[in-house]
Design a protein around this ligand. Structure first.
Ligand code: ATP
Ligand code: MG
Length: 386
């Protein structure tokens, strides 16, 4: 039995980046032997085990063959005779297809012990994403992964032959077999990287965008016009500002503001989580009002709060404000502090006492309570809207 570090851990070490989680690969073992050694099996489809002490993931070396289209159609062959080269060959990119034996001494120079049958170090130095073998085309998730890595390693480019292969996969309908949850998972991860626009460019260039987000593909502007802040710049700004996933997703969809049903349709098809979807649709709906916040009357502001359930969900409301203001060049946008202050002021109104007093005055008219509270909130914020 021999153990290797593989994948992202090797790549990141060579790049001089901090290594977060280490993936281990085990050669010359069987599931029975792993269990006998105290490892816990995880995952039904994959021969992956958790280390008894460190809980790190150990995968048995395997080869795989495609049996059906899409992401589920794999059959794995995992046996003690699978070689390290065979295992590395089924990986997505050459920069992810390198290994280091675990018994490598601390003093050994990293590049002298690296197992790199597919030129990963060269591609790393040249900043190229290149597929390992033609088997790349057997898993459409790999397209999404390349796009996501482009957003993270933003100086890398995709090899022309890899783009070509990705286009062929799209044409063959491979991308259509992806389950929405998996698409969303990869998109969400890519949005949280440093430069999400680069993910979008890879998706567009490979033809994937037209399949998974046709609503955005249809309004894509290749002209790179500088006149207006483009979608790509807007979403990169949200990343630079360190904003949340919901805000970044809303920024990506901000060009759909005039056609909310398209945004809704896109969120539904990708099964976007409820919270992210609600923030997005609310931001699209309220964008114009919020951009004009400084000019709104106190009544209009309180109505905005009520429409957005801001009194019960203040944190979500603030996130939604950030999303609605994603096109603002100055950050933080002045409207943000203005509306936050207005909300705090309206929140400070003693709504419980007002409700009680109103109920005594109008015992048979409960609708009076809501309007009395609203009126008090309007009064409270009027002093700085006027
Ligand atoms: P990250 O830093 O995001 O964790 P990573 O490269 O470590 O990046 P993982 O998802 O942790 O990515 O996967 C570990 C390794 O497994 C990858 O480096 C790659 O070699 C391989 N791998 C993961 N998913 C796939 C896939 N869909 N197709 C081929 N190889 C894959
Ligand atoms: Mg990893």
């Amino acid at each position: 039995m021999k153990i290797y570090r593989v994948g992202g851990a090797v790549r990141d070490a060579l790049l001089g980046l901090p290594v977060k989680d280490i993936d281990y690969l085990v050669l010359g073992s069987t599931p029975e032997q792993m269990v006998a050694a105290g490892f816990t099996p995880v995952g039904k489809d994959f021969p992956v085990f958790l280390h008894p002490k460190t809980q790190a993931e150990y995968a048995l070396a395997r080869t795989e063959r495609k049996s059906a289209p899409g992401y589920h159609g794999f059959v794995f062959h995992c046996a003690p005779d699978v070689t390290i080269e065979q295992d590395l060959q089924r990986r997505d990119l050459t920069i992810n297809a390198m290994a280091i034996a675990e018994d490598t001494g601390e003093s050994d120079a990293l590049n002298s012990v690296i197992i790199d049958p597919f030129g990963g170090q060269k591609d790393l130095a040249e900043k190229i994403f290149r597929h390992v073998s033609a088997a790349f085309s057997e898993d459409p998730v790999r397209i999404l992964r390349v796009a996501r890595f482009a957003a993270r390693f933003n100086e890398f480019t995709v090899a022309p032959e890899t783009i070509h292969l990705m286009r062929a996969m799209v044409t063959a309908g491979e991308v259509d077999a992806l389950v929405p949850e998996r698409v969303w998972q990869e998109i969400a991860r890519g949005l949280m990287e440093a430069q999400p626009s680069r993910m979008m460019l890879v998706l567009r260039e490979s033809g994937t965008l037209a399949r998974i987000m046709p609503e955005l593909d249809a309004i894509w502007d290749d002209s790179g016009s500088e006149s207006e802040l483009g979608m790509l710049q807007i979403v990169d700004n949200t990343a630079q500002r360190g904003l949340s996933l919901a805000v970044r997703w809303a920024a990506l969809l901000s060009d759909l503001a005039g056609t909310a049903n398209l945004a809704q349709q896109l969120c539904a098809r990708l099964k976007v989580p409820t919270e992210v979807r609600d923030i997005t649709l609310m931001a699209l709906r309220e964008q114009t009002q919020i951009e004009l916040a400084i000019t709104l009357t106190a009544e209009a502001i309180v109505q905005l709060f009520e429409r957005c359930d801001a009194f019960r969900r203040p944190a979500r409301f603030i996130e939604m404000l950030q999303a609605a203001l994603c096109r603002q060049v100055t950050w933080p946008a002045p409207q943000l502090a203005y509306l936050e202050h207005a909300l705090a002021t309206a929140q400070a109104v003693p709504s419980g006492q007002i409700a009680q007093a109103t109920a005594q005055l109008f015992p048979k008219q409960p609708q009076q309570i809501a309007s009395a509270i609203a009126a008090a909130r309007v009064d409270a914020i009027r002093y700085f809207t006027d």
